[in-house]
Write a protein that binds this ligand. Structure first.
Ligand code: HEC
Ligand code: HEC
Length: 572
């Protein structure tokens, strides 16, 4: 597969595809032994290409796993995990003059059907548990030379527990109208994970029924807010680690929140802090070293340039005309306007432009707080040290406490274990302090100054997952570099191509095929007709969170101008 010049060396790419972040889906030996329900072969024999995951091989990758799938720990005892590349890398195909082109785009939305993967995985583990012949075959493969009837029985118990909790989570979370390829309700899953499963409160589960398109990553480091609802303040490593910490839990990281705890006393003693955390989050599987490395890599990723040799050259006259049209019609929201909040980043306005409100509404959902009842509301502590979570709170507030809590736990762990130098959290914090102080190198004395650290962490984390406070259906309007490679469009992926986005909302396609990798360079997006090698259909329907309304900008321009605008969008 051909790569595009995006600022990464082959070694950078390799690290992005193979570095783990602490996601623990299931024991790797179980995954290897598991067989498909529909055909008689190992579940991962096709490397999950049937769901759209990509092949990747290198000395650092695990044989037989797709790109972005890793083993956390040893091959014998470790767990299968997912990392950024499984969701944030895509492949685009195009045929020209009988030559097939396959382009790998780093940081672009994965064209994968995550829900179908989870559904099939659940069915396979359930059948394996239920069917005793099948289970014996499974046990023999897992146990190898250690197999005995007694060992099989022991395995049955632990496997059964795992199948029950995993299946239960999926039954409560996955929606009836499937997400389909290219979409995922990430926050729905994370909220269920943290407030339903980890807090052990069944009423907190809600169906994850607001799928979003996977956002592209090459500008993420330069935005002053990230996430479709703009809920994460950005521009520093510490909030980025907080954002990723939440994401790891969403992709099956482990977390066991416990009520307080000597950890608080220890923290305050170590640093002279006075932070009032009442929940101990130190037992978690999040790998901050991996996350910090991945985040730093992401910061160096560039937008993919339009591959003119494959899709044809751009028309310079149209590009120039399109640039003027963009300035007049789009740049107020999507321009490279400096952020008023974080130096060196772009302003990312959060606006209600009439698109589907469900994702934003769900982000405001209320839950029971369990062990977090009475805990300090960490995301607000800078402005209001007395802010507390009550018996119920926004799921986002609980998540913000978790995000901050795991970072602090990570920092303490590193001090306790004498691993500050290797610690991802301390590395991120040091870089943030340096960046803000404007110093390029050298040891940062203030990292070891407790008062400065306390203040810094609070400042950096203030507001995490808190925006938008009032829950309007507002979404991020980003700088659109490389947008040619990021179809489908809008937060819910309800519009298949740029040409369609510039069509009046009432005239947009009510249904279209999704999942094809075949590129349409004219309309800019994937081919969406039935003939395409697609594996799903998008049905525009406001009742399912899949409205394709809103964002009418540019749709009233003369047709010729709209094509010029598209030509310009290809060029940026
Ligand atoms: C299981 C799939 C999945 C994995 C794994 C994953 N992400 Fe994401 N990521 C998403 C989805 C979906 C969103 C959008 C969520 C939303 O805002 O509702 C997202 C959002 C983001 C954003 C915000 C982008 C923006 O402009 O709003 C960044 C940055 C990001 N991810 C980086 C990462 C990094 C770095 C990793 C690995 C450490 C990672 N992601 C792992 C699916 C994933
Ligand atoms: C008033 C502000 C505003 C203007 C003007 C505006 N947009 Fe947007 N744009 C947004 C917002 C907000 C979103 C996110 C909406 C969503 O995801 O539901 C968005 C999303 C997009 C996306 C989808 C990005 C993605 O990753 O899927 C594209 C492409 C886009 N706009 C192009 C344009 C073009 C081209 C113009 C000019 C003709 C334009 N926009 C004018 C606010 C604006």
């Amino acid at each position: 597969m051909r790569t595009l010049p995006q600022g990464w060396s082959a070694a950078d790419r390799d690290r992005f595809y193979t570095t783990g972040q602490g996601s623990r889906l299931m024991p790797y030996t179980w995954f290897k032994a598991l067989r498909r329900v529909d055909v008689d072969e190992p579940f991962g024999a096709d490397r999950l290409q049937r769901y759209g995951y990509l092949r990747y091989d290198s000395p650092r990758s695990v044989e037989g796993l797709p790109m972005g799938f890793v083993v956390q720990g040893s091959r014998e005892l470790g767990d299968l995990g997912m990392s950024c590349a499984s969701c944030h890398t895509t492949a685009i195909s195009y045929k020209k003059d009988n030559v097939q082109y396959d382009l790998l785009v780093d940081g672009a939305p994965a064209n994968v059907d995550f829900q179908q993967f989870l559904v099939d995985l659940t069915a396979a583990v359930r059948l394996t548990f239920r069917d005793s012949t099948r289970f014996t075959v499974f046990a023999k493969t897992v146990l190898g030379a250690d197999y005995s009837a007694a060992a099989e029985d022991t395995l049955r118990v632990s496997f059964g527990q795992w199948v029950t909790q995993f299946g239960d989570f999926m039954d409560r979370s996955l929606p009836r109208t499937p997400w389909g390829p290219g979409r995922l309700d990430a926050f729905g899953m994370i909220f269920n994970r943290v407030t339903g499963k980890d807090l052990g409160i069944v009423e907190n589960y809600a169906v994850a029924d607001a799928p979003v398109s996977y956002p592209f990553l090459w500008n993420a480091g330069r935005q002053d807010r990230t996430q479709w609802t703009g809920s994460v303040p950005n521009g520093h490593y510490i909030p980025a680690l907080g954002r990723n910490g939440g994401e790891v839990l969403g992709v099956f990281g482990d977390l066991k929140p416990k009520l307080v705890t000597p950890i608080l006393a220890e923290l305050n003693r170590l640093f002279g802090w006075k932070i009032d955390i009442t929940v101990d989050l130190s037992e978690n599987s999040i790998d901050f070293e991996g996350l910090q490395a991945l985040e730093e890599l992401m910061g160096t990723l560039k937008p993919p340039p339009w591959p003119a040799d494959v899709f044809g050259p751009l028309d310079a006259t149209r590009v120039a005309r399109g640039r003027d049209l963009f300035q007049a019609n789009c740049a107020s929201c999507h321009g490279e306007n400096p952020s008023p909040q974080t130096a060196g980043t772009w302003h990312t306005p959060l606006l209600d432009v009439g698109t589907d409100p469900r994702t934003a509404n769900n982000a405001c959902r209320e839950v029971k707080t369990g062990v977090f009842n009475g805990a300090g509301l960490l995301s607000k502590m800078k402005g209001d040290p007395m802010a507390r979570l009550g018996p119920t709170a926004r799921a986002a507030d609980v998540l913000s406490d978790v995000a901050l809590g795991v970072i602090i736990a990570g920092a303490i762990d590193a001090v306790k274990n004498g691993t500050v130098e290797q610690s991802g959290v301390w590395r991120g914090l040091t870089k943030d302090i340096r960046a803000d102080a404007g110093t390029a190198g050298g040891q940062v004395a203030s990292t070891r100054d407790p008062a400065a650290v306390e203040d810094k962490v609070k400042t950096l984390m203030t507001g995490i997952y808190k925006q938008p406070d009032t829950c309007p259906p507002a979404y991020e309007a980003r700088v659109l570099h490389g947008v040619w490679a990021t179809a489908p469009y809008l937060h819910n992926g309800s519009v298949p191509t740029l040409a369609e986005l510039l069509t009046p909302p009432a005239q947009r396609k009510p249904t279209f095929a999704v999942g094809s990798r075949e590129y349409d360079p004219k309309n800019v997006g994937y081919v969406t007709d039935k003939g395409a090698a697609a594996n799903g259909t998008f049905v525009a329907d406001p009742r399912t969170g899949n409205a394709n309304t809103g964002h009418p900008f540019g749709t009233a321009l003369p047709e010729d101008d709209r094509w010029s605008l598209i030509e310009y969008l290809k060029s940026i």
